[in-house]
Design a protein around this ligand. Structure first.
Ligand code: R1P
Ligand code: GUN
Length: 330
């Protein structure tokens, strides 16, 4: 008996009133609609097979470009690119600053695939669709995922233009059941109960800090905790204060689902947030954030982010799969 049958049974037996039943059925359906159980293994495999037959590239590193950071993909050598609309199963990008192209190419001698545009829950995509490319990358043989995003800062020491290496995240939507792993577990990808305590690889974080020193950008860099909220609205002042008190350094509307799915399937993850604005925390402050401002700061810093990511890819040991790799099952 599934949850809906259970609720209908309660109704028949007059255990609950009909309004409660309708609401509960709606919530159950809603949760189900947002779970990856609505995609079969074959759907990921079809996309991976299609890509394998359309490109000779065999990427080891995947990069997800945050808002306004798509220029990273332009630096790949020997490029081949595909519109998301051409790849079976890929959703469409609907947000300004997210071009909607998958770019394959070579960076510092490593085969890479770059998402010029990511998918967000607030666009109306299910979480399975939001994270769809990550599992496709796994099937393509990718070992390391690099996620980038634009984020607002709550930490006093983080200014617009700074780069925060993500040490950990808080997946707020996950607290209310909006987790991409909800639904029957696909054991071919990973375990039912994956650990998240090592999801941002320590070695890669240290390497990025070293590279920051070489690039003489340590003044712009620090580690911190990223929190994902659902969006699409930016934070109210009371919400900003709450996040600040909870120890959040930077907030955005993406990344956590991708990282959860990547960690589940044993990918090594590196993440960074480009701080595009300070989140307003006082009622006296008349500033307010907007997406155009976010994109502008991203573009201004995109070359620095590009240099950092490029050097990181060049120097990373591709054969070290990190602590989450339980061995591939394909
Ligand atoms: O997280 P990325 O995709 O970088 O984008 C961030 O910027 C947008 C808001 O300006 C939101 O989508 C937020 O998540
Ligand atoms: N939620 C949220 N997302 C962002 N993305 C870029 N800046 C912000 C911000 O201030 N808040």
């Amino acid at each position: 008996m599934n949850s809906t049958h259970m609720l209908l049974f309660c109704l028949r037996e007059r255990l609950l009133d009909s309004d409660v039943i309708s609401l509960a059925c709606f919530l159950v359906e809603d949760l189900r609609a947002s779970s990856p159980a609505d995609l079969s293994h074959d759907e990921y495999q079809t996309a991976a097979d299609w890509l394998r037959t359309h490109t000779r590239h065999r990427p080891e590193v995947a990069i997800i470009c945050g808002s306004g950071l798509g220029m990273l993909a332009d630096t790949l050598g020997c490029q081949e690119s595909f519109a998301y609309s051409d790849v079976p199963g890929f959703p469409q990008s609907t947000v300004q600053g997210h071009a909607g192209r998958l770019v394959f190419g070579v960076l510092k001698g490593k085969m890479c695939v770059c998402m010029q545009g990511r998918f967000h829950m607030y666009e109306g995509h299910t979480l399975s669709k939001t994270t769809f490319p990550v599992r496709v990358f796994k099937l393509l043989g990718v070992k390391t995922l690099i996620v980038t995003n634009a984020a607002g800062s709550l930490a006093d020491g983080l200014q617009p233009g700074d780069i925060m290496i993500i040490k950990d995240h808080i997946n707020f939507p996950g607290f209310v059941g909006l987790n991409p792993l909800i639904g029957p577990n696909d054991d071919k990808f990973g375990p039912r109960f994956p650990a998240m305590s090592n999801c941002y690889d320590k070695e890669l974080r240290c390497l990025a800090t070293e590279i920051g020193k070489q690039l003489e950008i340590t003044g712009l860099m620090r580690e911190g905790v990223y929190a994902m909220v659902g969006g699409p609205n930016f934070e109210s002042i009371a919400e900003a204060r709450l996040l600040h008190r909870l120890g959040v350094d930077a907030v955005g509307m993406s990344t956590a689902p991708e990282v959860v799915v990547a960690t589940h399937c044993g990918l090594r993850v590196f993440g960074l947030s480009l701080i595009t604005n300070k989140v307003v925390k006082t009622y006296e402050d008349s500033d307010s954030v907007n997406h155009e401002g976010v994109l502008e700061v991203s573009r201004l810093r995109s070359v620095t982010v590009q240099q950092l990511v490029t050097e990181l890819i060049g120097k990373m040991d591709i054969n070290n799969n990190g602590p989450n790799d339980a061995g591939t099952k394909f």
